[in-house]
Design a binder for this molecule. Sequence first.
Ligand SMILES: [Zn+2]
Length: 391
Amino acid sequence: MKMKLQRWALAGLAVLASGGVTLVALMEMGQMARTKAQGQGAANARLPTIEEYQPKSTLVAAEHKPERAKYPFVDVHSHHWNPTAEHVEELVKEMDTINLRVLVNLSGGTGESLKKTLAVMKGRYPNRFVVFANLSYDDLNTPGYGKRAAARLEQDVRNGAQGLKIFKNYGMDLKHANGERVHVDDPEFDPVWEKCAELKIPVLIHIAEPSAFFDPWDYHNERWEELREFPQRARPPSKYPPFETLMAERNRMFAKHPRTNFIAAHLAFHGNDLDRLGKLFDSHPNVYVDIAAVLAELGRQPYSAHDFLVKYQDRVLMGKDIYDVNEYKWYFRALETRDEYFEYYRKRHAFWRIYGFQVPDEVLKKIYYGNALKLVFAASTSSRAVKAWNR
Ligand SMILES: [Zn+2]
């Protein structure tokens, strides 16, 4: 719709540029348009806004709408802060309806609050939930932070945490007391990454944001609508490091800790450049990604997405991010079918429609659970338990 509006605007400009048409003529054209519109009803007499323009597709094509995943799956990217017993009961019921076998709650916190979350989730359903710990930055400015954070993590893992989640403030908003931004590869955190290798737990890490958030908010920005809805998501250079700076710091950190497994959240924000993501995989064997909240990136390039997932089938994990049992079916449809040109569930992420890129069953199983079992359960699950998934 944006393109269409631009085309209209451009048509007007072209007329102006041609010089042969006076302003009066332009006004007459406007008058003609108005008259025509009035014929269709006064309500249509102005151009729709971007939000208002919601064309209904007239395409008739085969539709498959799986309501449940073809194989059991692990959602490695979900958030449930301080869940109650009732919430957990409800969750399990909902999970069963879509074949969601294991849900990874990335928002476990640390210390006592983590213990509570572990008790309410794993305590009740040990085989249905995994909880990741988070770092506390409260004592960041007291010397020896990294070692203390690593020790706390070790205790959290002893208490039952099975991974570490790093939230997006890391590298962007997190600051030292002197006001300096904590760089992604800040050596203070080295003991934490090394501890994860030692404990054989993965680090699911969210670094940066979609690159469009770092670009000017203008009519060429493909996340224009989202930035209008949530202006605070913009990452202007006056306040934030450039996207490329964050990527460079992140990759240096990945390289410095080759024994640590990192799951870069949201396709490492390279979903719009799969060649680049492939290069990241090639040069960093310890790096994996989830597809949480970036399905529209794959869905707009179904051929490339298919080939990419086949090639890197051992490196990609299923995740959803914001939990809503009704939204997983877009993932099933994109991964399992070749349906064409269907609407996405979150318009602010994608004004475009998406396409299914149906991956082979063996690849699907790895994305749905195989890779997660290897990474998340490496330290704790018997091969017998893993085999049970394959039946
Ligand atoms: Zn998340």
